[in-house]
Design a binder for this molecule. Structure first.
Ligand code: ADP
Ligand code: IOM
Length: 344
């Protein structure tokens, strides 16, 4: 199929729009990976949604090398990670330097840390077949059903959930939303809702999303600001799951994810935090966030607005920094934001 160079609106700020030159487009437009994934598929989300932050998705690990003239500058811009850099992991909770202070408890509503994972030797969600997606669901839910103690729970396929239960889980921040237009255009919602679901323990402090943007999103969360407890639980969960499933990992790019923002650790450590005064001064808020490598999201996650002065603050960098550093970035930045909020 022949495709022409996309028309982006003049106010488009996505990294796709910044780095897809006509030369890069011409060089890549007829290439496809061994899973048949094309440039057109890789950029469709950002073309259809000019308000994307990034706008590109990989269909498999090979996409990152085949479409490198587009992906590399995006990776460098987002993570500050050079082509010659090597990713290093450190998931040791004992190395995290945090204090669960009274101020953290006063401002922080809840803490959540997640990592994305995809199974080795399978295409990513944008290029996966219907049968492969079902195989992922089967393999992962089986592995999760064998977990013990605090991690033991149940898998709930999306197709078996009532509309009420599903909407309540979304409202309570436990489940991914329905019909995300960014994922839709990336081909990640094909055959929806088949093959998707959520596993969680009774307290909903340990959860796993299956077959959303990544094949697994492994999540630890709880009310309040005890970041170390949340990180320690996540470390334990990931170590247990890795005993029975092998995940796609490269020396250069770390864990392989659908979106280049999630490469490396694939970790997003966030708090929901009350910052109403900073919320009234977005320029100042954004300058502190950027100095501390933080991203500001709304109360219902990516592409949402803040409600009642509550923001989702998380680490922005995930590649070339360790898991400990991702959480440390978030914690140090949150301490700085609380100090500024108190001074206003
Ligand atoms: P992801 O974190 O997996 O990239 P989203 O940004 O869409 O995806 O967030 C997923 C859900 O997690 C949303 O409902 C969001 O509000 C919720 N969430 C994120 N951080 C927190 C937090 N610290 N406390 C409670 N819920 C959170
Ligand atoms: N990770 C992905 N959902 N996101 C960065 C989408 C976007 O480009 O805005």
């Amino acid at each position: 199929m022949s495709h022409t160079f996309p028309n982006f609106p003049t106010d488009c700020k996505s990294l796709l729009c910044k780095y897809l030159s006509i030369e890069v487009f011409e060089e890549l437009k007829d290439k496809q990976t061994s899973n048949g994934y094309t440039l057109h598929q890789a950029i469709n989300s950002g073309v259809k949604n000019p308000d994307s932050g990034i706008g590109v998705y990989a269909g498999d690990e090979e996409s990152y090398t085949l479409f490198a003239p587009l992906f590399d500058p995006i990776i460098k811009d987002y993570h500050g990670f050079e082509k010659s850099d090597i990713h290093k992991s450190n998931f040791n909770p004992d190395e995290l330097k945090t204090v669960d202070s009274e101020q953290m408890q006063e401002y922080v509503v809840s803490t959540r840390i997640r990592v994305g994972r995809n199974i080795s030797d399978l295409p990513l969600g944008s290029a996966i077949t219907q049968q492969q997606r079902l195989d992922v669901e089967h393999k992962v839910s089986q592995a999760l059903n064998n977990l013990n103690g605090e991690l033991s729970g149940r898998y709930y396929p999306l197709q078996g959930l009532s509309d009420n239960d599903r909407d309540q889980l979304i409202k309570d921040h436990f489940l991914f939303k329905q019909g995300d237009r960014f994922l839709e255009a990336a081909g990640l919602n094909r055959n929806w809702p088949e093959g998707r679901g959520i596993f969680h323990n009774d307290d909903k402090t340990f959860l796993v999303w299956i077959n959303e943007e990544d094949q697994l999103r492994i999540i630890s969360m709880q009310m309040g600001g005890d970041i170390k407890a949340v990180f320690t639980r996540l470390h334990k969960a990931v170590s247990e799951i890795e005993k029975s499933i092998s995940f796609a990992y490269s020396k250069h790019l770390g864990y392989i994810s659908s979106c280049p923002t999630n490469l490396g650790t694939a970790m997003r450590a966030s708090v929901h935090i009350k910052l109403p005064k900073l919320g009234d001064n977005m320029e100042l808020f954004e300058s502190i966030a950027s100095k501390h490598h933080l991203q500001i999201r709304g109360t219902s996650g990516e592409h949402s607005q803040s409600k009642g002065g509550i923001y989702d603050i998380s680490n922005a960098r995930r590649l070339g920094v360790s898991e400990v550093q991702c959480v440390q970035d978030m914690y140090d930045g949150v301490v700085a934001l609380i100090a500024k909020e108190r001074s206003l």
